[in-house]
Design a protein around this ligand. Structure first.
Ligand code: ISL
Length: 587
């Protein structure tokens, strides 16, 4: 492994600062709160911390709407606090990766304020300004330049009365899209990134970085999308997902900013395909190290998409993850995640968060993800087995995506209770409830009023308890990280899915060729000379029985990690697994 490839055997821990730890009692997490809990993260044995945005922001989208890329928001602290954090992270042998949100800025960013000042502004072209649709005066329904539906409901266009033009915002109206066609925009972003690298940060997680190139037509137009059923809007995503100049822009960024730095770069990419991901992450192309796919996060969506979630059909998940494992085996690199600040908690989503199965299911989900090939990401609280929020009414929600969806649907005549029932299991607020540090008031997160309710189960589910208990989710994750750091097979082994159709069990092999010429790529079997890591996991709350044909040797290897200590040693090809039991076996 080259020195610059250090991230291939690394584990990343994501902090959502607003919900991590509050040092000053205002109910909002902050940098000094993070500083006081760094040892918790170091003990977990991760290599990198990714910090969700802490920049100056009006917080329309909790900091993903940035008003100044080179300053810290007062609610989080100061630049001096951040310098201290960078140093403290480095002192503990870890690295710090910043969130880079450059598809859009806040409408309160000086660039946009200048751009908005009028059509003659030198920065007018830094954003997407367009006149009303021909035959319309502007401001009225249907006058928008395209019919695109925003990620956060409503139109992607906001009317600016003063200059009688619209501006584009794929997300909230307070998140105007930057025009990456304009070279000055790109140069300003590059300069800002270099400023952060000079300050000592170790890389970037790039927010929706596959949306920055819009398919603008030769006449300057952006095309309408195909109509979305039940709304007046169309799907604009073909015109901004992995657009025509996306690769060029990332290659340019690489060459201008981090060609010579051993940084970690990960692009968040909704709608990216395996083929595109392979190109984005092919080291030869010099773009980014890895991307976040959304495909596996969509396998439980019904026809109504995100708000229409269904119980998981395990074979769908296995086939999707296997396709990415195989698709990026020879070229490119995967990132691995179950959770982040936008996804519901995995133990509530695909595990079983009842008292009986919560711990085992959280561990087994961790096992299945962490033994895959790629760089794993752990989201704050995942190591505690934190659950969904179970918020009682719409008044308790804070997430702009959930709130806008609710308002839009109710305005269209939908039953409010039905809309709420769709939001509850998937809302981004599920991930954003305060970190559960202890059983005390507000889970030790704040001495004030938390900005989002603390989950009542913090009395049993908290950091203090899991760090003390050697059988906890925390220590299971710590051991998973240890395996990655000590066994080259976890980083480098080929992946082979077993039992693709099995509805309860997720089983796969990782294989390192032991003798020259052994072709594991074909999946045609293994030889005695190969090193084989077997992962077998019951992903259900019932007993499961499997036949692992031809794998007697693999089953008879050393059990490196298991959820159930009393699990009988495997004899023969038939194996019965307790609910949520999993094993990692090396032979
Ligand atoms: O959460 C989502 C899945 O339905 C999307 O709506 C989400 O907004 C999308 O995945 C992009 O996410 C990123 O950019 C957004 C920000 O709100 C998210 O928090 C961020 O992760 C806009 O900056």
């Amino acid at each position: 492994m080259r020195h610059s490839d250090w991230w291939r055997s690394a584990v990343v821990y994501q902090i959502y600062p607003r919900s991590f730890a509050d040092s000053d009692g205002d109910g909002i997490g902050d940098l000094r709160g993070i500083l006081s809990h760094l040892d918790h993260i170091a003990e977990l044995g991760v290599d990198v911390i990714w910090l969700s945005p802490i920049y100056r922001s009006p917080h329309d989208d909790n900091g993903y709407d940035i008003a100044d890329y080179q300053d810290v928001d007062p609610s989080f602290g100061t630049l001096a606090d951040l310098d201290e954090l960078i140093a403290a992270v480095h002192d503990r042998g870890m690295k710090l990766v910043m969130d880079l949100v450059v598809n859009h800025t806040s409408d309160e960013h000086a660039w946009f304020e200048e751009s908005r000042s009028g059509p003659d502004s030198p920065k007018r072209d830094w954003y997407w300004w367009r006149p009303p649709r021909p035959g319309h005066t502007g401001g009225e329904e249907g006058a928008e330049p395209t019919n695109w539906h925003s990620f956060f409901s409503g139109s992607t266009w906001e009317w600016d009365e003063a200059s009688a033009e619209y501006y584009l915002h794929l997300f909230s109206r307070k998140q105007p899209d930057l025009n990456w066609e304009n070279v000055e925009v790109r140069q300003a972003v590059h300069a800002m990134m270099r400023w952060w690298l000079d300050r000592g940060v170790d890389g970037f997680r790039m927010d929706v970085i596959n949306l920055i190139s819009k398919a603008v037509q030769p006449d300057g137009d952006l095309p309408d999308g195909v109509a979305k059923p039940g709304t007046r809007f169309g799907d604009g995503s073909p015109f901004y997902t992995c657009g025509p100049r996306n690769h060029e822009f990332l290659r340019e960024m690489h060459d201008e900013v981090y060609a010579d730095a051993a940084v970690l770069t990960v692009g968040e990419m909704p709608g990216v395909t395996i083929d595109e991901a392979r190109r984005f992450t092919d080291p030869e192309r010099r773009e980014v190290n890895m991307v976040f796919t959304f495909e596996h996060m969509g396998v439980d969506h019904g026809p109504g998409g995100k708000w229409d979630s269904r119980p998981l059909h395990l074979p769908d998940l296995k086939l999707n993850l296997a396709a990415w494992q195989e698709g990026l085996a020879d070229q490119g690199w995967n990132s691995l995640y179950w959770n982040n600040h936008d996804q519901p908690r995995i133990v509530s989503r695909w595990g079983d968060d009842s008292p009986e199965h919560r711990v085992a299911s959280a561990k087994t989900l961790g096992t299945v993800l962490h033994m895959l090939r790629g760089t794993p990401y752990v989201y704050q609280g995942e190591e505690l087995g934190m659950t969904n929020a179970n918020l009682a009414s719409i008044d308790e929600y804070r997430d702009i995506e959930s709130l806008n969806h609710y308002r839009e649907q109710v305005a269209l005549g939908a039953d409010p209770q039905a809309v709420l029932a769709g939001i509850a299991p998937v809302s981004r607020d599920n991930a954003r409830t305060p970190m559960q540090w202890d059983a005390g008031p507000n889970a030790g997160f704040t001495t004030g009023e938390p900005w989002l309710p603390v989950t009542p189960n913090h009395v049993e589910v908290n950091a203090e308890i899991v760090r003390r208990d050697p059988d906890s989710v925390f220590h299971h994750y710590r051991r998973l990280h240890e395996l990655r750091h000590t066994l080259p097979i976890v980083t480098d082994g080929r992946f082979r899915l077993l039992l693709p159709e099995h509805e309860q069990v997720f089983a796969y092999l990782r294989v390192l060729p032991g003798a020259e010429g052994v072709d594991v790529a074909t999946g045609s079997g293994t030889t005695d000379a190969d090193q084989v890591l077997l992962v077998v996991a019951n992903m259900s709350s019932e007993l499961a029985t499997v036949r692992l044909e031809g794998l007697v040797n693999a089953l008879a290897g050393d059990v490196l990690l298991t959820t159930h200590d009393d699990g009988a040693p495997a004899v023969g090809e038939r194996l019965t697994l307790a609910p949520w039991e999993s094993r990692i076996v090396l032979s």
